[in-house]
Design a protein around this ligand. Structure first.
Ligand SMILES: [Zn+2]
Ligand SMILES: [Zn+2]
Length: 247
């Protein structure tokens, strides 16, 4: 059956009315379509960043103590010292409704209106506001083929529409495992799946750019750091990372 985008939207809306979606966390019905996989009550208890909390200024890790606003830019967790991005921020913690939303995004190329609002709000906070270009973390070509889409690209497209910034999917690419083998990496290199996994194919495009690098979840930061290393080595000025959630 062929449906235009508008017809598909209407069809989905009717279906939601006829068969309310059950919240993936508590099982009650999701009151509004915009909440996606979770009900309003489950969203209310999901930790979302307001921008006022004390976090490591670089990687966004929540601090244990509350730091006075005038000192917030000096807060560092020290664990992220060796990572190559300028700063990393997320809409909230990888828990509850945000975790469920990230998991669904690995199966469906769609972001709920609520997650979109949270992402746009986070992207409009300093220092991320200086970005001029959005780059999604590339997916392994094999995984992309199996999944049919890259969830980071879906996030990039959503942000691009709202922030009026271009999405760049040509500059940064993932070096395939077989290419790495051909390059004759040593045993440690083969074990390490992230270091050196990215390369910049068109450095001219990003010279002196402030890049908004987006992905679904920030866990150790190794993946985005590896991307940022390749981007800054190719001439990017800043790499600001934004993810839906942070572990
Ligand atoms: Zn619920
Ligand atoms: Zn940190």
């Amino acid at each position: 059956m062929f449906l235009t985008h508008a017809a598909q939207f209407l069809y989905d809306a009717l279906l939601t009315l006829a068969y309310p979606q059950a919240c993936t966390i508590c099982g009650r019905s999701v009151e509004q379509r915009k909440f996606g996989v979770a009900c309003e009550a489950c969203w209310k208890v999901t930790p979302i960043f307001t921008g006022d909390e004390s976090v490591c200024w670089k990687c966004g890790l929540p601090a244990v103590a509350d730091i006075a606003p005038e000192f917030r830019e000096q807060v560092r967790c020290r664990r992220c010292d060796s990572q190559s991005f300028t700063v990393a921020r997320a809409a909230g913690l990888y828990e509850g409704a945000l975790r469920e939303s990230v998991l669904l995004l690995k199966r469906q190329p769609h972001v709920s209106q609520h997650v979109e609002d949270l992402l746009v709000t986070a992207a409009r906070r300093a220092p991320l506001t200086g970005s001029t270009r959005i780059i999604p973390v590339p997916l392994h070509s094999e995984r992309r083929r199996v999944r049919g889409f890259n969830q980071a690209s879906v996030i990039a497209q959503v942000l691009s529409r709202k922030l009026q910034l271009p999405v760049d999917e040509v500059t940064l690419s993932r070096v395939s495992t077989s290419e790495k083998y051909r390059a004759g990496l040593d045993t440690k290199g083969r074990r390490d799946t992230v270091a050196g996994a990215f390369e910049v194919r068109h450095p001219r495009l990003i010279a002196n750019d402030d890049i908004l690098l987006v992905d679904d979840v920030f866990t150790t930061g190794a993946t985005v750091s590896s991307c940022a290393e390749a981007l800054t080595a190719a001439g990017a000025r800043n790499v600001y990372v934004l993810t839906v959630a942070r572990a």
